[in-house]
Design a protein around this ligand. Structure first.
Ligand code: KIV
Length: 266
């Protein structure tokens, strides 16, 4: 449970890094889930473009559109009473030009109530991050395994080019981002970057040395059949629970047990 009900602001991220207080983030894509996570005291809700793989049943995030992100982020932001809501800019909504990045980041803030946007890429994205920050829009960066680069990487693989990833994280910080996601990098590299950069690092598959952690909610709830990333701890097997509940419902309807007297009107 949260110890402080005040809505989280972008300034808290900086304070929490300085205090060594770990930052908790989970993805969310709908109102009820976002409300449960907010009530549980999660600091930051990320409306990730993992929407594509976690909700839409796609193999990658590449097909997710800005309109879809806006639709989901609006629900999440409306549910969040305390948590800080960040919304991903999806593939090709910021890479074409700085004006495109500003316009689309601005659309997210204007239409959804999210408080920040996330852009993937370090050195290659620094100019876009700077432009969006100059437009007064807080930016979270994302380096290491950037899922929008899956075709270039040839798959979802741990990223080990230490010097390039360090330079990427520093470029994101220097461009004015308030935090940076480190995805699927060796734990020792993530710890080094965390010590080097002035902004909080939020790890996913990046070990315990980061300033915070993020998980895709479906991964931690056991809602994605067959997909078990090594870094995702499952706290509950909700997929199994759903299957069992639906199976009982099917049996109850077929046997005539449902609906009963108390579930019917006179
Ligand atoms: O889209 C997403 O959910 C993300 C997290 C995995 C960090 O970018």
């Amino acid at each position: 449970m949260p110890t402080d009900d005040r809505p989280v602001s972008v300034l808290d991220f900086d304070a929490w890094k300085k205090q060594g207080r770990k930052i908790t983030t989970l993805t969310a894509y709908d109102f009820p889930t976002a409300r449960w996570l907010d009530d549980a005291g999660v600091d930051c809700l990320l409306v990730g473009d993992s929407l594509g793989t976690a909700v839409q049943g796609r193999d990658t995030t590449l097909g997710v559109t800005l309109d879809q992100m806006v639709y989901h982020a609006e629900m999440v932001a409306r549910a969040a009473r305390r948590a800080f809501v960040v919304c991903d800019l999806p593939f090709l909504s910021y890479q074409a030009s700085r004006p495109q990045a500003i316009r689309n980041a601005g659309r997210i803030l204007k239409e959804t109530g999210a408080k920040a946007v996330k852009l993937e890429g370090g050195v290659r994205t620094a100019a876009a991050i700077r432009a969006v920050v100059d437009a007064q829009i807080p930016v979270m960066g994302h380096v290491g395994l950037t899922p929008q680069s899956v075709r270039k990487f040839g798959g979802f693989k741990v990223q080990r080019q230490a010097d390039a990833i360090r330079a990427d994280a520093m470029a994101v910080a220097e461009a004015g981002a308030f935090a940076v996601v480190l995805e699927c990098v060796p734990a020792s590299l993530a710890a080094t970057i965390t010590a080097e950069v002035p902004i909080p690092t939020i790890g996913i598959g990046a070990g315990a040395g980061c300033d915070g952690q993020v998980l895709v909610i479906q991964d931690m709830l056991g809602l994605l059949e067959g997909f078990r990333p090594r870094f995702a701890r499952r706290y509950v097997e909700l997929g199994e629970a759903i299957k069992q509940a639906a199976g009982r419902y099917v049996a109850d309807v077929r046997s005539g047990d449902f609906p009963g007297e108390s579930e019917s009107f006179r």
